[in-house]
Design a protein around this ligand. Structure first.
Ligand code: GDP
Length: 724
């Protein structure tokens, strides 16, 4: 014997992982029979354990592709692996299962997972059993044929099961037709189905179960198969006594069941031996007993495998050539691994990060912070100065040479102090740190959501998660540090003439920008109204309106009771109201007008202040701060930005730039195991395709080598047979 079956079963497993259709070209034994014919009992007797799903309702709903692998018992005892175990190749997480009760439970669950409306599914369950007590065989258990349709097993289901069985009993498979001895063979659906696809019975073995239920001479007649001859013959068996009682069923649970082989053999010995050996003895040329069945199956499968060898070798050769060609054309034979893809991805991620961090140089950060603080300055100026009507006097004061700084109105000095304090105490530490951290966050998020991380949502999430964690951790610390370092400015800000000049220049520039902004807005309204003349008219009207409103409010406040009775009736124009142009403007235009009035007042004031900033007084130096709060605050903002940048750089940026690449390594590269890396790589469809094709080619090559070896072996043995 060449042990072809064993080797081809290995090949079949490999092929199965490449492509189901090719694997099916290697012959397998397909077990068919009607419900309760004793199909499960036969399979369990072959395996030696009770492991198939049991139940009143039809429990086999999916084909079970059972691969039996004979493991020499001495090899098993010398190693730590168990001698007998099952493996579900499609559920690698379950590992080697030594408890046949667990296998039974798993098979039951897998069968019950078929939705009831489908009833049967052609998606096979794969199960391997390794044991020193099993022969090398591949067996496929199929749902039992339904003979009589009933309420819960309708005609439709019957057709479905027939269809499923038909798919499996094709060539080159061997059909194991299970029939019970106590049922007329003429009524056996298994034999009927077999005859349809294998009329000469060249690849069908009949198994006659329940031989103990008929008279021995009757049983012997059936097994001789004279009525319905099969080339491969019939084997008679007695697999199981009927269940003793219902109690047995209920206490089953997960308890390990004893090995069934011994019991079956004893029962068969009892039945076929002794008195009955005159019907079943060796000289009677009938095949009986599970042991005979096993040997018969091995022989038949081996022969069938041998005749399939050339066919499958040719088929695999063609597939391999196609795969190799595709690999050459699509990938120029470039090999990749999940690990290499992972490493490349991480390298690219770090490189992109490094490239982006160039945006965070000190000058860049300082200019960002300056921008933010300048805005704060403008807000403070607006609140404290621009809304204060006395600000227009401030310019005149500045021009008044007779007043020394000491003689200046304490009002303005006090105002400047307030303004400076508003700026330094506005939460600069928090805001500036927040601004930079937000910049970093956006940067990381844009990397983490860009290619190729669009394919890797969970890794992308990890990146954002740990980068946010670093930022969160550093932010509080940095903000405190910055706040601490700008503390002196909260009490006093010293500046020299050069700093003053820079600040004054910048303030002037900012005012220029602000003036332009106001101008633009005013132009917009002018455009909407259709000309400068119209705008001026509207502004004049609104100004009058507002003046009148102010006066009315005053009157009302002093008018007391009178005011309530004088309440406006709709449509009625109050005395003294500027009625003349009242119908010239729509309500929307009035709103625009109010806005325009504000803008033109603001523009006026800004221009006055811009002029003041250019004045000789302001140019004198920091001792003129009270006249030029704009310049003073700009210098303060500058100092704040400088100090903040320094500490943000040390506490936040440098730390982040150091930690981030290291976290990438420890949280992704080293944290993922082989399986996870494989899964990661396959999330990218391009990589998946590449890996799949490469794997297919590799496996086909491996299979091809094994097949070639077997073909040569077969040739040699034929040659030696011929010469010997
Ligand atoms: P399946 O539905 O075709 O899988 O059939 P089972 O293996 O579940 O057997 C159906 C019934 O027949 C069960 O009650 C078994 O105990 C009983 N049975 C199976 N084989 C034999 C046998 O050889 N002799 C006797 N007397 N009963 C058997």
């Amino acid at each position: 014997l060449l042990q072809l079956t064993r080797k081809l079963i290995e090949i079949r497993s490999v092929l199965l992982s490449v492509d189901q259709s090719e694997a099916l070209q290697l012959p397998s034994i397909v077990v068919i029979g009607s419900q309760s014919s004793g199909k499960s009992s036969v399979l369990e007797a072959i395996v030696g354990h009770e492991f198939l799903p049991k139940g009143d309702n039809m429990v086999t709903r999916r084909p079970i592709e059972l691969t039996l692998i004979n493991t020499p018992s001495n090899a098993a005892s010398s190693s730590s692996t168990p001698s007998e175990y099952g493996v579900f190749p499609n559920m690698p997480g379950m590992g080697k299962i030594t408890s046949f009760a667990t296998i039974q439970k798993t098979l039951t669950d897998l069968n019950l997972s078929v939705p009831p409306e489908l009833a049967v599914s052609d998606d096979p369950i794969h199960l391997q059993i390794h044991s020193p007590h099993v022969p090398d065989l591949t067996l496929i258990d199929l749902p039992g044929y339904i003979q009589i349709s009933s309420m819960d097993q309708p005609e439709e289901l019957k057709d479905k099961i027939n269809g499923l069985c038909d798919k499996y009993i094709r060539e080159p498979n061997i059909i194991l037709a299970v029939c019970a001895a106590d049922v007329d063979l003429a009524n056996s659906p298994a034999l009927r189905a077999s005859r349809r696809v294998d009329p000469l019975g060249t690849r069908t073995i009949g198994v006659v179960t329940k031989m103990d239920l008929v008279k021995p001479e009757q049983g012997a007649t059936i097994v001789r198969g004279e009525r319905y001859p099969l080339h491969l013959g019939y084997v008679g068996v007695v697999c199981k006594a009927p269940p003793t009682s219902g109690v047995f069923r209920s206490i089953r649970g997960d308890k390990e069941k004893p090995n069934v082989t011994g019991a079956v053999l004893r029962r068969e010995e009892e039945f076929f031996g002794g008195e009955n050996s005159k019907y079943f003895g060796r000289d009677k040329k009938v095949m009986v007993g599970t042991d005979t069945l096993r040997r018969r199956l091995m022989d038949v499968l081996e022969t069938s495998m041998a005749s399939s060898l050339n066919g499958i070798t040719n088929a695999v050769q063609i597939e391999l050539e196609e795969a190799s060609y595709q690999f050459k054309v699509q990938y120029n034979d470039r090999r990749i691994t999940s690990e290499s893809y992972m490493a490349e991805t991480i390298d690219a991620l770090k490189a992109r990060f490094k490239e982006y961090t160039a945006q965070f140089t000190k000058p860049a950060v300082r200019s960002k912070l300056k921008g933010m603080l300048d805005d704060k300055v403008m807000d403070i100026l607006e609140k404290l100065y621009w809304d204060d009507p006395r600000t227009l006097e401030l310019a005149k004061l500045g021009e008044d040479r007779k007043l020394t700084p000491e003689e200046l109105d304490t009002y303005w000095k006090y105002k400047l102090e307030t303004a400076s304090s508003l700026l330094t105490k506005s939460g600069v530490g928090r805001d500036s740190t927040g601004l930079v951290a937000e910049g970093l966050r956006q940067l990381i998020d844009s990397i983490a959501t860009g290619e190729p991380f669009t394919f890797h949502p969970s890794v992308s999430e990890r990146i954002t998660e740990f980068s946010h964690a670093i930022l969160r951790e550093r932010m509080g610390l940095t903000a405190d540090q910055v706040e601490n370092c700008i503390k002196p400015y909260k009490y006093e800000v010293e500046m020299d003439d050069r700093e003053w000049e820079v600040g004054r220049d910048r303030a002037e520039e900012k005012f220029g920008e602000e003036i332009k902004r106001c101008d633009n807005k005013l132009n917009e309204i002018r455009g909407k109204l259709g000309g400068a003349r119209k705008l001026n008219g509207l502004i004049k009207h609104v100004a009058e309106l507002e003046k009148w409103e102010v006066e009315r409010r005053k009157r009302r406040l002093s008018g007391g009771l009178n005011a309530t009775s004088n309440s406006e009736d709709e449509g009625q124009v109050e005395e003294g109201a500027p009625v003349l142009d009242a119908y010239k403007y729509s309500p929307a235009q009035i709103i625009d007008g109010r806005h325009a009035l504000l803008l033109s007042n603001r523009l006026n004031l800004l221009k006055v202040r811009q002029q003041a900033l250019k004045s000789r007084r302001c140019k004198t130096g920091p001792d003129q701060s009270a006249f030029c709060p704009e310049a003073f605050l700009t210098v303060v903002a500058d100092k704040l930005a400088y100090t903040s940048t320094m500490f943000i750089n040390i506490e936040l940026l440098e730390q982040f730039f150091y930690q981030f690449p290291r976290e990438i390594d420890s949280r992704i590269l080293y944290d993922l195991n082989r399986d996870e890396i494989g899964k990661f790589a396959r999330e990218n469809p391009k990589i998946k395709q590449h890996l799949d094709l490469q794997e297919r080619k590799d496996k086909l090559e491996q299979v091809m080598r094994s097949l070639q070896g077997l073909v040569n072996l077969q040739k040699d043995s034929k040659g030696s047979l011929a010469t010997g």
